[in-house]
Design a protein around this ligand. Structure first.
Ligand code: MN
Length: 294
């Protein structure tokens, strides 16, 4: 069943247990059925308490992350790759322990603007590490979804076509793609065509505006986005992602270049996003039904 989700950085910088628990409540209050926690560090939080709180609110938890440079599985240095594999294994366990079923984001490289091109060996190291992680993830009941991101946040997988090639090289049928309108708007010649190309290989979707602020305030063509999602029969979760300098996670601000306040009040932002997604999805469904009538 599809759930509409909201990124936890709409609510909190994610640094305290109380902050994450309050974010769960605020997500439920705004009508969402899923929250995305980023960089969930198991040593800092009571995952069991978070799992119980989420269950009580009927909120699913998805976890996303990007790798640090010292644990970049696309490195040519075997020790760094090994550190990355260990970090991914810990992340899979944390997702399981918090009651989640999905680990997404930039799992295949560091989350950074690279200063060099990717190498063939780095690509193979990464694909092998993801394949290995997928085996452990299956046993933990966690699925891996790889986020296709823009050139400033990774050098390895910037387009859906690259993502599909990478999936093949992992040797695992369990790994799928995580697409994001913000990133596709930067990299894809035709974002809607990229969604259709991904087809059944996309299993998680981020809705974000071109300036990462209010939906509708930028240049993303959400009509064509939802038409494409309906065309591929996409029935999995859709999560609203937005960042503002108003809620500051320093590492994320640096990695994503969040220098301004695109919004200051998160409650109306989150309510607007849910209504906007439902409106656009409903319009796409109506177009489809109208076209199907002879
Ligand atoms: Mn995203």
């Amino acid at each position: 069943m599809r759930r509409l989700g909201v990124h936890s950085f709409v609510w909190t910088d994610g640094k305290t247990q109380a902050g994450l628990e309050r974010a769960l409540e605020q997500s439920a209050e705004a009508g969402y059925g899923l929250i995305e926690f980023a960089y969930l560090r198991p040593e800092l939080f009571d995952l069991d308490a978070l799992a119980k709180r989420a269950q009580g609110l009927d909120i699913e938890i998805t976890v996303t992350m990007g790798l640090p440079v010292a644990a970049d599985v696309s490195s040519e240095d075997p020790a760094v790759v090994k550190a990355g594999e260990a970090l991914l294994a810990n992340a899979v366990a944390a997702v399981r322990d918090v009651g989640g079923t999905r680990l997404g984001g930039i799992l295949y490289s560091a989350h950074r603007k690279y200063d060099a091109k990717p190498t063939a060996r780095g690509w193979q190291n990464s694909a092998a590490a993801i394949g290995k992680t997928a085996d452990a993830a299956r046993e933990a009941g966690v699925s891996l979804v790889l986020e296709v991101v823009n050139r400033f946040e990774s050098n390895l997988i910037n387009t859906t076509a690259q993502g599909l090639a990478f999936l093949k090289d992992t040797g695992s049928d369990d790994v799928t793609l995580h697409l994001d309108t913000f990133h596709m708007n930067i990299e894809e010649a035709n974002p809607a065509a990229a969604i259709r190309l991904a087809g059944p290989k996309v299993s998680y979707f981020h809705i974000g505006e071109s300036n990462r602020g209010y939906l509708g305030d930028g240049v993303i063509d959400f009509d064509r986005t939802f038409d494409a999602l309906l065309d591929i029969g996409y029935s999995s979760d859709i999560t609203f992602e937005s960042f503002s300098g108003a809620i500051v996670d320093e590492a994320l601000c640096l990695a994503c270049g969040i220098w301004r306040d695109t919004w200051t009040d998160n409650v109306p932002l989150a309510r607007h996003a849910k209504a906007y997604i439902e409106l656009k999805l409903g319009e796409a469904e109506r177009r489809r039904a109208t076209n199907a009538r002879p």
